[in-house]
Every structure is written in C-alpha cells, then in structure tokens.
Design a binder for this molecule. Structure first.
Ligand SMILES: [Zn+2]
Length: 178
C-alpha cells in the first residue's frame, strides 16, 4: 500500500470510532505499507490529526516522532504477514479487563464465530521492547490482546475488518460488565 493511501485510511478509521477509544493523547493506529508502516505521532490527540501529521517509518530505521508504542506495531507486522492494520486503545471498557487481567471469552455465538478469544498479555512497561514481545507472543492468531494493566490492541487484514473486530470486542467486554 502507498503511504498516502495509508494516511487517508488511518484518518478515516479514527473518524469512525467513538472518542472513548482515544482519551487525551492515548492510543495509536498504524497501517502497513510496502516498505514500512504509517503510524500516528507521539503525544497527539488522535481526533485532531491531519494528513501531514501521520508518520511514515521503516521497521529498522524508526522515525523518533512516531507513537511511543511503535515497537509493538513493528513486532506484530514482522511476525504476522497477514496483518496490515493495528489499533491500540485505552478505551475504558478494555481498561477494566486489563486491570482485572481478564480475557474476552467468546461466550455468545456471534463472538465465537467472528471474534474468538481475546487473551491477556503479560505486563511490561509502556513503549518497551519487552511489551512488544509479550503482546506479540500472546496474540498468536487471535484478533487482539488485552494488555495487562494497560489497554488493548487489535489487528486485522484491513480497516473494514478491524472496525468489525473492535465492535465485537466491545460487545464481549460489555457482557462482562453486566
Ligand atoms: Zn497504551
């Protein structure tokens, strides 16, 4: 995918999500390109981003202005060739599960068919390589991970798919809340 297309798709994806996905400057989104990835910048409110604010970076020569969780995005893209979109969020529904170290189990048929389990990854400090490794290890072939005491990350082949995954994961998280 071209860098310019990836930038447009990221802006479009952020626009389609509820504000709760990106409190303050938290959360980040990336899309794989031909030779690297486009990712949201460090320390920005995602809802105010414009086309030129999004950053292209290579896997091995990381632009210092990229999101603080860029290592996690790169680790997932390196290990999972079928994944092209990654979204990390501190949405409160997922934070509750992260705090309790609780996975989303596919307890209803719709979740069993289209989401599957969302497991919990081991804790490591935000932005660290250790966190990137722990998340990728827990992710395996699942569609997302609850990051212990931190938040959640979701992956997909494209932006349409990640929207469905996130909506279903929210349903799963809400079942636990009730
Ligand atoms: Zn985070």
């Amino acid at each position: 995918m071209k860098v310019s297309t990836a930038k447009l798709l990221i802006l479009n994806l952020i626009n389609k999500l509820d504000r709760q996905f990106f409190p303050a400057t938290d959360g980040n989104v990336s899309i794989r390109t031909k030779e690297g990835l486009v990712i949201t910048p460090k320390g920005w409110n995602k809802l105010k981003l414009r086309f030129n604010d999004l950053i292209y970076t290579q896997f091995d020569n990381i632009n210092p202005n990229t999101s603080s969780e860029v290592l996690m995005h790169i680790q997932i893209y390196k290990k999972r060739e079928n994944i092209n979109v990654i979204l990390h969020t501190h949405h409160p529904s997922f934070l509750k599960l992260a705090y309790k170290h609780r996975p989303i189990e596919p307890v209803i048929d719709e979740l069993k068919l289209f989401l599957g389990k969302i497991p919990v990854s081991e804790y490591a400090p935000p932005g660290s390589m250790e966190l990137a490794i722990n998340v990728e290890k827990a992710l395996k072939n699942f569609k997302g991970v609850i990051m212990k005491k931190h938040g959640a990350v979701f992956v997909a082949r494209n932006t349409k798919e990640i929207l469905y995954t996130i909506k279903r994961a929210l349903t799963g998280a809400e079942i636990y809340e009730s």
